[in-house]
Design a protein around this ligand. Structure first.
Ligand SMILES: *Cc1c(COP(=O)(O)O)cnc(C)c1O
Length: 336
């Protein structure tokens, strides 16, 4: 097993009120070196790669993505070579440390300056014997990691570690996390619904793609439910996307501050937006128990940055992917 399970659940006392309990599922703690939601997906993905006798993992992601870093860290530790086709994204403070840490882990970066050409880059770079990991690790195997997580939550509910949530609030990136949760909740017959907070524009991820993935994951493990049943369990929240993937929002920034005061470290791309949605849902007082699912690693970055190339030593073809600005230049422009 790659990760540490079950991940803890905690009551957020400061946000809980009579009639509305607020809890957090600490998937930030799934691994001591690099945690977050990608660890659960990599459980099955790495196992399948091994079964197929692959030597190299090839994946895709925006430059500095958590998925690419998680694949680099855990894939190389499992003995694979790891290559990733990296596409552009707007500058955010996590990009540079995530990329540096990936390179330190041994990642082979393949920069792809135009997102539209990523599929072509995949075809031209895949070799016989490679194991391809879908963006965000969101294929059936990856989603099954989150079906298992939903079952794990069911055990925590049964042990009365927490009340059965009315809703789970979680970020919707490539959709594997939300889809797996929907499948797993259906499997244990929970009443819980999933509010998936869109951070990637339609149609890169959609209700139908997420429901279809949940359906495929559930069928893979022998469960049955109609697309309609699965769809009823899933709500997509479209109110937090702002200017798009990787673009911070004011509401997300405020949610990150609020979370920090509760001892939770969140990011602008995924978890800040998801938590902003959770705060709105809590303020609306419509739900008995709200569970915020934290998908961002909270492991310290310092150990991953030992032996990492300095920022100025990163190749220009990679730097261009976030507009070429350095963290210092970006900080200065923010301060100006
Ligand atoms: C990848 C990621 C998500 C989104 O998960 P999906 O399964 O791609 O929808 C959420 N939060 C963080 C921190 C991530 O890295």
């Amino acid at each position: 097993m790659l990760g540490i399970y079950p991940s803890p659940v905690q009551r957020l006392d400061k946000l809980s009120q009579p009639g509305c309990e607020v809890w957090v599922k600490r998937d930030d703690l799934t691994h001591g070196l690099y945690g977050g939601n990608k660890v659960r997906k990599l459980e099955l993905l790495l196992a399948q790669a091994r079964t197929q006798g692959a030597r190299r993992l090839v994946t895709i992601g925006a430059v500095g993505s958590h998925h690419v870093l998680a694949t680099a860290v855990h894939g190389t530790r499992a003995g694979f070579d790891v290559a990733a086709i990296l596409s552009p994204q707007p500058f955010s403070p996590d990009i540079i440390p995530n990329l540096r840490a990936g390179l330190a882990a041994g990642l082979h970066p393949i920069p792809c300056p135009h997102t539209a050409r990523v599929p072509l880059a995949v075809v031209t770079n895949l070799r016989r014997g490679d194991y391809f990991i879908a963006p965000g690790g969101s294929n059936v195997q990856g989603a099954l990691g989150y079906a298992a997580a939903a079952v794990e939550l069911g055990e925590q509910v049964r042990r009365r570690d927490l009340p059965e949530p009315e809703i789970i609030v979680v970020a919707l990136g490539s959709g594997g996390t939300a889809a797996g949760l929907v499948a797993g909740l259906t499997l244990w017959g929970s009443r819980t619904r999933v509010v998936a907070v869109r951070v990637v524009p339609w149609p890169l991820v959609s209700r139908s793609s997420t429901v279809a993935l949940a359906h495929a994951a559930l069928r893979y493990i022998g469960g049955t439910a109609t697309l309609m049943d699965l769809s009823r369990r899933l709500e997509i929240d479209n109110l937090q996307l702002g200017n798009g993937y990787g673009h911070a929002t004011v509401e997300g920034a405020l949610a990150i501050q609020e979370a920090a005061s509760l001892g939770l470290h969140l990011d602008a791309t995924y978890t800040g937006k998801a938590f902003a949605c959770a705060l709105r849902r809590i303020a609306g007082k419509k739900y008995g128990t709200v569970l915020f699912w934290n998908t961002l690693s909270s492991a310290p970055m310092a150990p991953l940055l030992v032996n990492a190339p300095e920022e100025h030593a990163i190749e220009p073809s990679l730097r261009k992917l976030w507009g070429g600005s350095t963290s210092r230049a970006a900080a200065a422009s923010r301060a100006a």
